[in-house]
Design a protein around this ligand. Structure first.
Ligand SMILES: N[C@@H](CCC(=O)N[C@@H](CS)C(=O)NCC(=O)O)C(=O)O
Length: 200
């Protein structure tokens, strides 16, 4: 059975949603409950997934591992469709996530004041620009994955929740918001949020 290390509302939530979509049993372990989490992941970040005594890290790599291992509709098999799905996954994980991470960094490291507010606004504008790209992509399809949600959509639905932590506006367009709402309404997503609350 899998063991997923998580922090509430963090990107580990997306891995939990994927595990549920795949129908895989797993144990949820709150990062804060582990005495020395760096023994699990030297980087200190969630998600980490323990598989038969081996710990996998990096959310995108964990997702690709799970999607290769278990039958699913989230990652196409055909080469060009698969490339597109992985490209969207990496757009979310390696472009949008780090853009939000800048906001967390500034918020945590800077004293309140005009400089902090100005830098937060610049970082928020960068995030909004990425959501504008999502909006453009969703002109012709309901999900980044096409007609069916993909892991990229699941990741973006999780990241969208982080905007509430900052006193600056992040603009998400109506198509992006519709995608987020549909992903968050998925039974797997709802169950994942509830499980985090129970385990916290
Ligand atoms: N590149 C890593 C980044 C993971 C990451 O930044 N996780 C955040 C939560 S969303 C975290 O654990 N931050 C706390 C920390 O780094 O100590 C991945 O994609 O798995």
């Amino acid at each position: 059975m899998y063991k997923l290390y998580f922090s509430p509302g963090a990107c580990s939530l997306a891995v939990q949603v994927v595990l549920r979509e795949l129908g895989q049993p797993f144990e949820l372990v709150h990062k804060a409950s582990v005495a020395d989490y760096q023994q699990i992941n030297a980087v200190g970040a969630v998600p980490a997934l323990e598989v038969d005594g081996t710990v996998l890290t990096e959310g995108a790599a964990i997702m690709l591992y799970l999607l290769d291992k278990h039958a699913n509709d989230l990652l196409p098999a055909e080469a060009s469709a698969r490339q597109q799905a992985i490209q969207q996954l990496m757009f979310a994980n390696a472009t949008v996530h780090p853009a939000y991470s800048k906001l967390f960094f500034l918020n945590n490291q800077l004293a309140d004041g005009a400089v902090k507010q100005q830098l937060l606004q610049v970082a928020a504008a960068q995030v909004s620009k990425l959501w504008q790209l999502v909006e453009t992509r969703l002109q012709s399809q309901p999900y980044l994955g096409g007609q069916h949600y993909s892991v990229a959509d699941i990741l973006l639905a999780v990241y969208a929740g982080w905007g509430r932590f900052f006193a600056v506006a992040i603009e998400i367009g109506p198509r992006g918001q519709a995608m987020i709402d549909k992903v968050r309404a998925l039974p797997a997503y709802q169950a994942a949020v509830a499980a985090e609350q129970q385990a916290a």
